[in-house]
Design a protein around this ligand. Sequence first.
Ligand SMILES: *[C@@H]1O[C@H](CO)[C@@H](O)[C@H](O)[C@H]1NC(C)=O
Ligand SMILES: *[C@@H]1O[C@H](CO)[C@@H](O)[C@H](O)[C@H]1NC(C)=O
Ligand SMILES: *[C@@H]1O[C@H](CO)[C@@H](O)[C@H](O)[C@H]1NC(C)=O
Ligand SMILES: *[C@@H]1O[C@H](CO)[C@@H](O)[C@H](O)[C@H]1NC(C)=O
Ligand SMILES: *[C@@H]1O[C@H](CO)[C@@H](O)[C@H](O)[C@H]1NC(C)=O
Length: 277
Amino acid sequence: MICLIITLLIFGSVNCQKFPSGLSLTKPSCNNHQGDSRIVGGENAPIRYPYVVSLQMQSRGGGPGFFFFQQPRSNYSHFCGGSIVNEDHIVTAAHCIQGFNVSRLSVFAGVNDLRDEEHGTRRFIDNCVINPDYVELNNSDIAVCKLKTPLVFSENISAITLSSEYVGGGVNCTLVGWGYTSMIRGTPLPNNLQRAFLPTITNQECNERGQNVGPREICTMSRFGVGACGGDSGGPLTCNDALAGIVSYGSRICAMGVPDVYTRASEYIDFIEENSM
Ligand SMILES: *[C@@H]1O[C@H](CO)[C@@H](O)[C@H](O)[C@H]1NC(C)=O
Ligand SMILES: *[C@@H]1O[C@H](CO)[C@@H](O)[C@H](O)[C@H]1NC(C)=O
Ligand SMILES: *[C@@H]1O[C@H](CO)[C@@H](O)[C@H](O)[C@H]1NC(C)=O
Ligand SMILES: *[C@@H]1O[C@H](CO)[C@@H](O)[C@H](O)[C@H]1NC(C)=O
Ligand SMILES: *[C@@H]1O[C@H](CO)[C@@H](O)[C@H](O)[C@H]1NC(C)=O
């Protein structure tokens, strides 16, 4: 996915950052962290990931977008990812929805190409439950959202597998998302779902490499130039074909050789299940 560098982020002080697109959320107390998540250094996903959804915001109504975006915009813009839990619920990051009027948010499912309105399915969000332990850039960055009308499962739309397995270091995992894919400022978000294989590191190694993570988080770390970026937030990191992480935060400039941090999904199985009944 692409890495968009936002001027504010460049000139802001050193901070953690979360990874929704277009939002610069920073926290002054996180050395070395920056929290915009985008997949940089990935590839167009060559297959379907039927459990991933694009979380979209209603824009002003389809006209041309902001001045330097030449493409006419659709009525909806991607800002975060999510995963399908069942026909009625998705799981995403708390920071993706906190502070929003969720009745303006929708999920777009069933396609790799976000322009494919014909094959995609849109569902509006009814309400979301943010984990009560959520602390920005620190802990429990997870939320479950209920859809106004259920999804219809098919070969292109299905639930992600939840697993209570504790994933340690050195596991080859898969990150998919529509976050930024390059570090060039002003680069638009990709239309095509991006994919990268990312190895996990242990939480201890993650701390040694400059993130300050707790036991309910999980980190990946790849080579320079590969990692999550703005717009990947809330999306799924799967290990052994099950949800292991929910994109939470990372370095301000994406894929800079600093670990990406995810909410450790196995710690929240009860939270997910209780809120998706
Ligand atoms: C966008 O919204 C406008 C006004 O509501 C509508 O006329 C148009 O068909 C919409 N475009 C798409 C692609 O949904
Ligand atoms: C949220 O948005 C809906 C639809 O636009 C509106 O009716 C409602 O009043 C809004 N709620 C708040 C708290 O702003
Ligand atoms: C799944 O997606 C493919 C490619 O867009 C499409 O040809 C197919 O009809 C879709 N299947 C369903 C059940 O929607
Ligand atoms: C990770 O898994 C993918 C898919 O099976 C594979 O293509 C890739 O080579 C693996 N990467 C490593 C470093 O093992
Ligand atoms: C961040 O989370 C850790 C545990 O994961 C906790 O010990 C620490 O107090 C938290 N810091 C803040 C500022 O909440």
